[in-house]
Ligand binder design. Structure first.
Ligand code: SIN
Ligand code: CO
Length: 380
């Protein structure tokens, strides 16, 4: 277990003073930091088809980006190279533990754990990210510079898959040592170059933009065949100009569209579905011999620890008459009385069956949990 210490700040004070506001160097955020994996293991993951990885090199100021999976690591040279592997929390349970200290930020905002291995001089160059990130220093040392958001900074493509930003003024200029952490809010330019072979762990966050939300909402409307109500105008009156689309007609179209956004059930089902959707493959191993509801009931009555598969996105919403549990893009409606049982699934990466049983879960809950166990999302 990793224990996070945010300098002298409480988690709430960090949220008030720094979260989405300004970058922060957290010196010794994890004391006696132990890497959950080494560079060889990371390279092993980068050989897998289902895992997204890149190698970026910067020899003689020439930036090159290579997409994984990799069969060998010749291009990961002794200097000026970085291997980056996305969503390692989906595949490596020990590495996934690094997300846990950051759960004071809600599940739905947490994205995944990206891990990089850089050789001296290696990095991805100066750039901006759209999302908050905590960059944890593992093995080795890396020199980081972080600036404040500056709308005049120009971004440019070093090559087609590497967007960088022009030179910026640093407000943090530091060498990270094992256990140190940098918090970088969205839009703050930053660059980090390894001083010695370095492992870095990036805890990334999600923040959908309007385009993401509206296009996903439109998909949901189509999938659920909702939104069939059509524009009507039984009060149509003659007007001077045939060409005019009047303000009241504009307003009526907007109202027609807004009615869908205001449909609480449709909106929450869509939101649960979209926000719980993993962006990367999962290491799913469905039960070959599925459990029956009775068998799960029995397991729950024994002392069993259930673990949650790495990368699982688990959130719930309270509705008027039911709870909506959303797991990895699927929604499950449950009675309001299951709130404490649902929290065992969403708020913990493992739980003890006796704790769950003490909440007296409904049969609906046990049925849902049976489905989730059979899919391999929880396992004992
Ligand atoms: C890294 O190179 O480990 C982190 C990349 C980043 O700054 O986003
Ligand atoms: Co970055």
């Amino acid at each position: 277990m990793y224990q996070l210490k945010i300098n002298e700040l409480s988690e709430q004070a960090f949220l008030n003073q720094y979260w989405q506001k300004k970058p922060l160097l957290i010196k010794g955020g994890f004391s006696d930091f132990k890497d959950p994996l080494d560079a060889n293991e990371l390279a092993g993951l980068a050989m897998e088809d289902s895992i997204e990885s890149r190698i970026i090199t910067n020899h003689n100021q020439q930036w090159q980006s290579h997409q994984g999976p990799f069969e060998d690591f010749e291009i990961l040279t002794d200097e000026h190279a970085t291997l980056l592997v996305q969503a390692v929390d989906h595949w490596h349970p020990e590495a996934a533990q690094l997300l846990e200290p950051f759960r004071f930020i809600p599940n739905w905002r947490i994205d995944d754990l990206m891990i990089s291995y850089s050789t001296p001089g290696g990095g991805v160059g100066p750039h901006l990210d759209q999302y908050d990130v905590f960059i944890i220093q593992g093995e080795g040392k890396r020199h980081w510079r972080v600036g404040l958001p500056d709308p005049t900074l120009k971004q440019f493509a070093q090559n087609k898959s590497l967007l960088q930003v022009e030179a910026f003024t640093a407000v943090i200029n530091c060498v990270l040592e094992p256990g140190d952490i940098l918090y970088i809010p969205p839009g703050c330019p930053h660059e980090g170059y390894a001083i010695e072979n370095a492992l870095n762990y990036s805890v990334g966050f999600r923040a959908p933009n309007q385009q993401d939300l509206l296009s996903s909402f439109a998909d949901h409307i189509i999938d659920t065949e909702s939104g069939q109500k059509r524009y009507t105008d039984h009060t149509l009156a003659l007007r001077d100009s045939k060409g005019e689309l009047t303000q009241s007609e504009v307003d009526k179209v907007k109202t027609l569209m807004q009615a869908l956004l205001e449909d609480e059930s449709l909106f929450k089902h869509w939101l649960g579905n979209t926000l719980s959707q993993p962006k990367h493959d999962m290491d799913l191993a469905p039960e070959e011999d599925p459990f029956s509801v009775e068998q799960i009931q029995q397991l729950l009555e024994n002392q069993v620890t259930f673990e949650r598969l790495g990368g699982t996105r688990a959130i719930y919403q309270c509705m008027d008459t039911e709870l909506l549990l959303s797991i990895n893009g699927e929604n499950y409606a449950l009675p309001l009385s299951d709130l404490e049982a649902v929290k065992q699934l969403t708020d913990f990466i493992e739980f003890d069956s006796s704790v769950l049983n003490a909440t007296t879960p409904s049969l609906d809950f046990i049925e849902t949990f049976t489905t989730l166990v059979n899919e391999g999302i929880w396992f004992s």
